[in-house]
Design a protein around this ligand. Structure first.
Ligand SMILES: NC(=O)c1ccc[n+]([C@@H]2O[C@H](COP(=O)([O-])OP(=O)(O)OC[C@H]3O[C@@H](n4cnc5c(N)ncnc54)[C@H](OP(=O)(O)O)[C@@H]3O)[C@@H](O)[C@H]2O)c1
Length: 427
């Protein structure tokens, strides 16, 4: 039986469960994983009071764990990008493998860390950094290894997905849905990184590095969050046959790679549209196998700890022998050249000829109108601001920005046009 000597840094939500499972599930891990774990040391800045088990070597100085000669692998579950970077760097230089759940660390320092790991002939396991307990990293690095990935599209932030599901199912406003997510512990007291799209965008660059062999460079990810979605948009999307989801998307066009994460209309006939509540899902389209979809819990201490331990088992068996940045001709693109259909909601003053004016802008720019919805005004006040929803033909981000700017020049159009992409699962 293989054995692995573990040093655990951080005993918060995730680290606490990793610790509990290493201690209480050791016989299951021996039976199913074929690995015997030895917990050598725990780093907790609060010291022994943070570790509810007797007889464990606990240090308040986490760098002790990185330098401990008896440790084979350091588990980093402290989060953040500053001290976590120092800790992981030190561990690698000391010849230790690392397992991390920290997407922010990899999105910002992935290149340096992976090249340092290569230099020191150690591995970095990061299954827990994307989609929590759902093994999407393993699918990319193992199951799909014989395929050239063309694109991926994923719901990677459970908090945003929970909010959007609440808005759609219970007609809750954004703020009510966010409050409910916080009450259920699905959103942090400061939920900004989840709802402004940063979290999903960080996960997207990690997936792209693996799928397309491009550097971890977060500055190339275009993203927006879900804060601007209104109940009105959810209702119109439904009328058109779509749900609004926050979709992280990566695509290989010849050898150019674009990565983005935006609120997106997803056709109700697709699997991604059915992913509700805090669940995550990832669709990967690759050349030989076509489309495969992975679904499961994207966060939470138990699923995340499960992914951390799966990485430990793989490392014990030598299975993380992965060259994250092999020589590749693929390059990251700053702007997104992809053309997709788009949803526009304009609020307009109900004056004669306004629809004709709007349509003429689309016609002048040779952009087709695939659908248009205008409901009858129900009251006098409605006439001051009535919604017009238009689904355009396939256009690029810059064409969409120009169109929006021109439409907002009309005095009848109230500034603040809503504009969302429509997901396409074409190759
Ligand atoms: N929670 C999830 O569902 C989830 C899902 C996927 C990935 N992750 C990732 O997993 C990592 C850990 O998340 P978590 O939810 O377990 O966080 P957490 O509950 O806040 O735990 C973090 C732990 O690390 C310790 N810590 C933080 N900074 C430290 C420092 N500079 N020096 C020493 N100790 C430090 C904290 O100590 P104190 O107790 O003293 O503050 C705490 O024990 C993060 O990278 C997160 O993004 C979490």
């Amino acid at each position: 039986m293989k054995s692995l000597r573990v040093g655990l840094c951080g005993v918060g939500n995730v680290g606490g469960v990793v610790l509990k499972n290493l201690i209480s599930s050791s016989s299951l891990l021996e039976l199913q994983g074929g690995v015997r774990f030895e917990l050598i040391q725990v780093g907790a800045r609060k010291g022994k009071s943070a570790v509810p088990f007797e007889g464990i070597n606990v240090t308040k100085d986490l760098l002790d764990v990185a330098r401990n000669r008896e440790v084979d692998v350091l588990v980093e579950v402290i989060g953040g990008t500053d001290f976590a970077y120092e800790l992981v760097t030190e561990a690698i230089k000391e010849g230790k493998h690392v397992v991390t759940a920290n997407k922010a660390l990899l999105a910002t320092h992935g290149n340096e860390l992976f090249s340092l790991a290569k230099e020191n002939k150690v591995e970095i396991g990061f299954e827990a950094s994307v989609a929590g307990g759902t093994p999407v990293i393993k699918a990319l690095r193992e199951g799909l290894v014989a395929n050239k990935v063309k694109w991926f599209a994923g719901i990677l932030n459970g908090t945003s997905n929970y909010i959007l599901t609440e808005m759609e199912s219970n007609k809750s406003s954004f703020n009510t849905a966010l409050k409910k997510a916080q009450e259920l512990g699905l959103a942090e007291s400061d939920p900004s990184l989840d709802i402004n799209g940063t979290d999903a965008a960080q996960k997207a660059i990690i997936l792209a590095a693996l799928a397309f062999h491009v550097p971890f460079d977060f500055s190339f990810v275009n993203f927006e969050g879900i804060e601007d979605i209104e109940l009105e948009d959810i209702k119109y999307a439904k009328e058109l046959g779509y749900s609004i989801k926050h979709i992280a998307h990566g695509k290989l066009n010849n050898s150019l790679v674009s990565i983005n994460a935006f609120p997106t209309l997803v056709n109700n006939k697709t699997l991604l549209s059915q992913v509700g509540k805090e669940m995550n899902a990832l669709e990967i389209y690759s050349e030989s196998v076509g489309s495969t979809v992975y679904y499961g819990p994207g966060a939470g201490p138990e699923p995340t700890a499960s992914a951390v331990i799966a990485d430990l088992v793989d490392i014990a068996k030598g299975g993380w022998d992965l060259d994250i940045n092999p020589n590749s001709d693929n390059k990251l693109e700053v702007s997104d050249p992809d053309t997709v259909s788009r949803y526009f909601r304009l609020q307009v003053k109900d004056e004669t000829g306004v629809i004709a004016k709007i349509s003429s802008v689309f016609a002048d720019k040779k952009i087709s109108i695939e659908a248009l919805i205008q409901h009858e005004a129900k009251s006098k006040e409605d006439l001051e601001s009535i919604p017009i929803v238009i689904v355009s033909g396939e256009i690029s981000q810059s064409a969409s920005d120009n169109l929006k700017e021109e439409l907002e020049n009309f005095p009848e159009v109230i500034p603040g046009i809503k504009n969302f992409r429509i997901h396409s699962n074409k190759e």
